[in-house]
Design a protein around this ligand. Structure first.
Ligand code: ZN
Length: 296
């Protein structure tokens, strides 16, 4: 499943192609993805100029002239690719490589851009992705977006904010950090990475990182820094694949996912001076990777 850094990489890859371009034609090759397309979707977006490409949590927000916004979610297996005369490009790569089987090309946006005509193609073999439309002024009240917490990429995510959310709670840290009402778009991989970096056990109660007076303990400050750092580094790694792509003229450099703890069961812990081995436990039905020796 694409995580936030991958969605952000897709956004950064699509932005120079889509921003300023006009959607000349929108081709929907089926009536639905995970959900049916909204009524008149093709009609609403046709002839509209793309003003900006944004992101909230793992939602791409394609802002159109006239006040409509396309909300797009990649689901489990969705990806975009750009087709222009000089070849194809896939903006952003994933932990699991994307397929390019044309049978799964479900949406084709035909763009008129300054550099010539282009097609932005949405491919999704498992069809857990979806697209919706909203008015820009109503976006923050949209059911997908209204309950989301702070982004892990901005200054608003700080230790004071998390202290207020964690205070008095016996919920394990892993579950507390996956709660989208607390941190928007943070997923399983980067929660594991951040907890490992902050030397905190995923099973520890969230409330233990907060003093009785409601102040963040030092561990919570370190955890907040770790969350922001793992996300920022992953976005940076994604950005370098985009640069590689531009250099390589069409062939995308592979996104080197180098996780410190995620998916490393049985391997040596990379914490300096730690002799531990990475183990895997299951929490709420999902794998958590951790080093029991240095995460307390
Ligand atoms: Zn360790």
């Amino acid at each position: 499943m694409p995580e936030l850094p991958e969605v952000e990489t897709v956004r950064r890859g699509l932005a120079p192609v889509m921003e300023g371009a006009v959607i000349a034609r929108a081709e929907l090759r089926r009536p639905d993805l995970r959900f049916p397309f909204p009524d008149r979707f093709a009609e609403v977006v046709t002839g509209r100029r793309v003003l900006a490409l944004g992101r909230r949590a793992k939602y791409l927000l394609i802002d159109l002239e006239g006040g409509d916004v396309i909300i797009a979610h990649l689901g489990m297996s969705g990806s975009f690719r750009v087709v222009e005369e000089r070849g194809e490009a896939v903006p952003g790569d994933f932990h699991v490589p994307r397929g390019k089987d044309e049978r799964h090309d479900h949406v084709v946006l035909h763009l008129q851009a300054e550099g010539g005509p282009r097609r932005v193609i949405y491919n999704d073999p498992r069809r857990f992705g979806f697209m919706d439309l909203a008015r820009r002024e109503a976006l923050t009240e949209h059911p997908y977006l209204r309950d989301l917490g702070e982004e892990p990429t901005g200054n608003a995510l700080d230790a004071l904010y998390l202290a207020a959310r964690f205070r008095g709670r016996s919920l394990p840290l892993k579950a507390a950090l996956l709660d989208q009402k607390t941190i928007a778009g943070l997923g399983n991989i980067y929660v594991c990475e951040a907890l490992w970096r902050a030397h905190l056990s995923p099973e520890r109660a969230a409330g233990t990182l907060v003093t009785a007076a409601g102040k963040p303990r030092k561990e919570l400050s370190l955890l907040t820094e770790a969350i922001r750092a793992v996300i920022a580094e992953a976005i940076e790694a994604g950005g370098s694949t985009l640069r590689d792509h531009i250099r390589a003229d069409g062939s995308l450099g592979y996104f080197q996912h180098s996780f410190s703890v995620y998916d490393r069961e049985g391997q040596a812990c990379r914490t300096l001076g730690c002799k531990g081995t990475i183990g895997r436990i299951v929490q709420s039905g999902r794998s958590t990777f951790q080093c029991a020796a240095c995460q307390k």
